[in-house]
Design a protein around this ligand. Sequence first.
Ligand code: TXA
Ligand code: MG
Length: 352
Amino acid sequence: ETKRIYISTSQPGREALAEAARILRDGGLVAFPTETVYGLGANAVDAAACAQIFRVKGRPQDNPLIVHVSGKAEALPLIREWSEAAELCARKFWPGPLTLVLPKSSVIPDEVTAGLDTVAIRVPSHPVALALIEETGLPVAAPSANLSGRPSPTSGAHVWQDLRGAVPLILDAGSTQVGLESTVLDLSAGIPTILRPGGVTREQLERLLGQVSVDKPSSDRPPKAPGMKYRHYAPKGDLQVIGGVREKGLERMAEEIAKAHRRNKKVGVLCTLESAPVLHAQLPDLLFVLGSEGRPEEMASNLFEGLRLCDSQEIEVILAEGTEESGIGVAVMNRLKKAAGQKVIPISPAQG
Ligand code: TXA
Ligand code: MG
């Protein structure tokens, strides 16, 4: 039996927080909102509690968890060294969607880090997440609160879809703000390296730290964030990302809609507000607006909802309009390409 408590973001109810904290201290799991996506939390210093997270999600054992704390002071006992770069990042971006990978101390059990010598830590900015961590008085390990292989949950309703019956408590504060997971930044060795693009952009990090590199896995080197090797989410339908110049991309999408209809396939379109009227005229079975063109933060906040909708409406062909790969657009395209199994149709002006 799963209890779902609706909780206000601006004034989180004390009773709900106390109940959630009690469950966490007793070794149980609680799903809670963060500003990025919902997390499935457990006491990070309780190995058995953390092992439960993997079972409930069906998560591969080699994929380490992010530990959530209420501030730098609470992060320090979990790590061996706090660097100058860590100090700068924490001052500028905590609380917020930036996860720092640092050398771990012995306080953190191997269940959390999947045996790695480093631990990923962040301070979430969502008032409910912060209040819950403070109330619990413990570091809280939490991956995204979806079943493995589903898009991360950006609303309490998404968590309910995935984890109903599997966890004792879901704190539901409605929709999250950022909508994509945090940026994971490795500060454990050499040049700061982005292992997963997210809410804090490379440009922002470079302004603060100088040179920042991006982990580029290849066929003979796996990604440094173990989770990045998984496709994460394969929609039931066949997803294609149409990237590049909008005018040409629109023509191509219209063609693909017509093609899918000729094959009697249910077709769904995820697109910008500006493209919606033209694509609507092609009568797709589902049209979902991700946000305005040039506002990748809107696309970020709506993307997972759109992907979940395609599945629940049994869409067979999904056409997603891409965005420019700068700022948070990098993270949007990273998630879209992963969901598409890297199937991107590049559109260049020359092709027209
Ligand atoms: O926004 C977020 O980060 C959300 C909310 C709940 O905080 N959490 C989240 O967790 O997205 P999860 O488990 O879905 O993704 C964690 C990512 C994975 O790719 C994992 O491999 C990587 O962080 N990671 C965790 N610990 C690591 C470590 N020590 N070294 C390298 N990568 C690590
Ligand atoms: Mg996840």
